[in-house]
Design a protein around this ligand. Structure first.
Ligand code: COA
Length: 327
């Protein structure tokens, strides 16, 4: 069977930083509460004129350089996001235009924080079937555009970023060893944006509370499901690959909350020095979280050729997924 692998990675974070001290001036909170309950110290926020697709373009330029691939070689663009530039057309079409990816098909995937792993699983299937040879997968969010900055239980969590990965065929034993995605739509109301779809159109004329067009979350319930499903999904891909948790060299988890990450590592019996963390600098960047962390881990030398790397994510939907690589 043809095995897919990541052949190039790139990422982008906007310049502007919002620190916990800044939040002390916006809502009733404290640096101590935010750090102890989430592990977050600061997050990056996009400029008003900076669209999610602009962040993707910057991330993709790095991915092209690291893969040594030209834009015209891309057959398919997959963008995992819940904050696209427009409802129509898809963000992947906008990215296609901005990068001149004129030989590509395009699609967006809405799977919240698990969006990148969902995109990767689609890419993996297309590579394995031989349908496409070079696929550009994004996880990218401008969460600041859907954050309610009067809600202290959510606004302190989120940041903006983009990550890009170019997927191709593996010529050796490296690549995606196992990948798993899953959802449970019964818990749709634990993390949602109530208005803005056909159910409750947001028209901005005062008929719908503007706050309903922002993210709403029942944080402690989401927390419980995140811990359970991230652990289950991680163990599943490790077992499917015929490996055991102690063979994992680096866990690259979705950076939602340091306590969720520690619980997932503990479930796998992994020491924290085998866990990649950047939550303190970027907060929860939803679909961008895993590709951003993978890109930084590679550039910092935390991931080396031959390493067994485990990615695992969980988000609204509920959606989740895990992927195991031999790098
Ligand atoms: N500063 C100070 N106090 C805060 C606060 C803040 N920023 N946010 C909430 N609180 C308060 C609450 O009002 C509550 O006060 P009360 O006991 O007087 O009612 C108290 O802290 C506990 O709230 P709770 O929501 O139970 O806190 P928590 O320990 O669950 O932490 C989250 C809240 C959001 C950090 C946590 O639930 C979480 O990270 N959940 C998962 C998030 C996630 O992963 N989401 C996306 C999926 S990717």
């Amino acid at each position: 069977m043809i095995r897919a692998k990541i052949i190039g990675l790139g990422s982008y974070v906007p310049e502007r930083v919002l620190t916990n001290d800044d939040f002390e001036k916006i809502v009733e909170t404290s640096n101590e509460w935010i750090v102890s309950r989430t592990g977050i110290m600061e997050r990056h926020i996009a400029r008003p004129d900076e669209d999610t697709s602009d962040m993707c373009v910057a991330a993709a330029r790095e991915a092209f350089a690291s893969a040594g691939v030209a834009p015209e070689e891309i057959d398919l663009v997959i963008a995992g996001t819940v904050t696209p530039d427009f409802r129509v057309p898809s963000m992947s079409c906008i990215i296609q235009k901005k990068l001149g990816l004129l030989n590509a098909a395009t699609m967006d995937i809405v799977a919240a924080c698990a969006g990148f792993i969902h995109g990767l699983s689609v890419a993996q299937a297309y590579i394995a079937s031989g349908t496409f040879k070079r696929i550009l997968v994004f996880g990218a969010e401008k969460l600041s555009s859907i954050t309610d900055y009067t809600d202290r239980s959510t606004c302190i969590l989120f940041g903006d970023a983009a990550g890009a990965a170019i997927i191709g065929k593996s010529d050796d034993d490296s690549g995606i060893l196992a990948i798993h995605i899953k959802s449970d739509g019964r818990y749709d109301e634990l993390l949602n944006i109530p208005a803005g779809g056909t159910h409750l159109p947001y028209v901005g004329n005062g008929s719908v509370d503007p706050k309903l067009s922002k993210l709403h979350m029942k944080g402690n319930e989401v927390f419980k499901y995140a811990v359970r499903h991230m652990g289950d999904a991680a163990l599943r891909v490790i077992t499917e690959a015929g490996l055991t948790p102690d063979q994992v060299d680096l866990l690259v988890p979705h950076q939602a909350n340091i306590r969720i990450i520690k619980a997932t590592a503990a479930r796998l019996g992994l020491p924290m020095d085998k866990v990649y963390l950047n939550i303190e600098k970027y907060g929860n960047t939803s679909a961008a979280s895993i590709p951003l962390a993978l890109d930084h881990a590679v550039r910092e030398g935390r991931i080396k050729k031959g390493d067994i790397v485990l990615g695992v994510a969980f988000g609204g939907g509920l959606t989740w997924g895990a992927v195991l690589f031999r790098w």
